[in-house]
Design a protein around this ligand. Structure first.
Ligand SMILES: Nc1ncnc2c1ncn2[C@@H]1O[C@H](COP(=O)(O)OP(=O)(O)OP(=O)(O)O)[C@@H](O)[C@H]1O
Ligand SMILES: [Mg+2]
Length: 264
C-alpha cells in the first residue's frame, strides 16, 4: 500500500496564451500523482491543450453533457444526485499516472452550442468543490485559458494558489501584470506565485520577477524536448522523462509539497 501525502492543494495555472500553461499544468499534475497525491485536473479551456499535454485519451462525446439539464424556467442545473464527488466518479476520465481529468468540453465545427450543458455543469461543479469533504485531501489543479478573462469571471473559485506562468517577453509580462492585478483584486486570500518558463538566458527570471513583484516559485528552461513532444502529440513526461523542463517541474512539485507540509 502506498502512503498518500497528507493534505490537499488547490491550484490554478494562469498566464498569457502560449506561455506553457498546459505543459506545466499537465506535467505537474502527473508528477504529483506519481508521488501518491490524488489529482483532479480541471480543463476549463474550450481549445485542446491539457489533455494532449497529459497524454490522455478523451472521448469524442463530452461526458459532462450528461450532468446538466434545463429547469422549467430554462435555466441550467445539475441533474439530481450529481454533486462534485459523483461528478468526479462519473464524468471525469482517466489520464496517465492516475490523474482524473474533468473537461469543460471543446469547441468543434458547431461552436459552443453542443456543449452548453457541459459548460454549465462544469461552472456549477467548480463552485461546489469545497463542499465535498472527500475531496479535501485531493490536489485540484486547473488549467485556465489564456488571458485574464476567466479570472475575472471567477472560473477558479477553488484555487488557493495561482501559478502565474510567464515567458521572458514583454507581451507575456504585460499580460501577466494584468492577471496579477485582477487576481489580487478578486481573491485577496489567494497566493500568487511566479513560474518563469522558456528561460534561455541568465537574468531572464530575475527580470520577470522584478517587473511583476510576484514571488518566484520555479524557473523552467526553454527545452527542445517540449517542442518535440508537442510535434509528436505526446506528453512530455512520456517522450523525455529526464528532460531539463521535466526536472524543473519536479522541483516545482517539491516546493509545493514543502509548502503544503508547512501549512498542515
Ligand atoms: N519550456 C519550454 N521550452 C520550449 N517550448 C515550450 C516550453 N513550454 C512550452 N513550450 C511550447 O510553447 C507552446 C505553448 O505551450 P502550451 O500549449 O503549454 O501553452 P499554453 O499557455 O497552455 O497555451 P494556450 O494559451 O494556447 O492554452 C507549445 O508549442 C510548447 O511546445
Ligand atoms: Mg493551454
Amino acid at each position: 500500500m502506498t502512503t498518500r501525502p497528507a493534505g490537499g492543494m488547490r491550484l490554478a495555472v494562469v498566464g498569457k496564451g502560449g506561455v506553457g500553461k498546459s505543459v506545466v499544468a499537465a506535467t505537474l499534475a502527473r508528477t504529483l500523482a506519481r508521488r501518491g497525491h490524488r489529482v483532479l485536473a480541471l480543463d476549463s479551456d474550450t481549445l485542446p491543450g491539457l489533455s494532449i499535454s497529459l497524454g490522455a485519451q478523451v472521448p469524442d462525446d463530452v461526458p459532462l453533457n450528461a450532468a446538466a439539464e434545463r429547469n422549467e424556467k430554462g435555466r441550467w442545473r445539475l441533474i439530481k444526485g450529481v454533486g462534485p464527488v459523483r461528478a468526479v466518479q462519473r464524468y471525469a476520465t482517466d489520464a496517465p499516472d492516475g490523474v482524473r481529468l474533468l473537461q469543460i468540453g471543446k469547441h468543434d465545427r458547431r461552436g459552443l452550442e453542443p456543449n452548453r450543458a457541459s459548460h454549465n455543469a462544469f461552472y456549477q461543479l467548480i463552485h461546489r468543490l469545497d463542499d465535498a469533504p472527500s475531496l479535501e485531501d485531493w490536489v485540484i489543479l486547473g488549467d485556465l485559458p489564456a488571458g485574464p478573462r476567466q479570472m475575472a469571471f471567477d472560473w477558479a473559485p477553488y484555487a488557493q494558489q495561482f501559478l502565474l506562468v510567464v515567458e521572458p517577453t514583454w507581451q507575456s509580462m504585460l499580460t501577466a501584470r494584468r492577471i496579477t492585478r485582477i487576481t489580487t483584486a478578486m481573491r485577496e486570500d489567494a497566493q500568487l506565485s511566479l513560474v518563469v518558463n522558456k528561460v534561455a538566458a541568465d537574468g531572464d527570471a530575475d527580470r520577470v520577477q522584478e517587473f511583476l513583484g510576484v514571488p518566484l516559485i520555479a524557473t523552467v528552461p526553454a527545452d527542445e524536448s517540449v517542442r518535440r513532444a508537442e510535434r509528436a502529440g505526446v506528453a512530455l513526461l512520456d517522450l523525455a522523462p529526464d528532460a531539463p523542463a521535466v526536472r524543473a517541474i519536479e522541483r516545482l512539485a517539491d516546493e509545493l509539497d514543502v509548502r503544503n507540509m508547512d501549512r498542515i
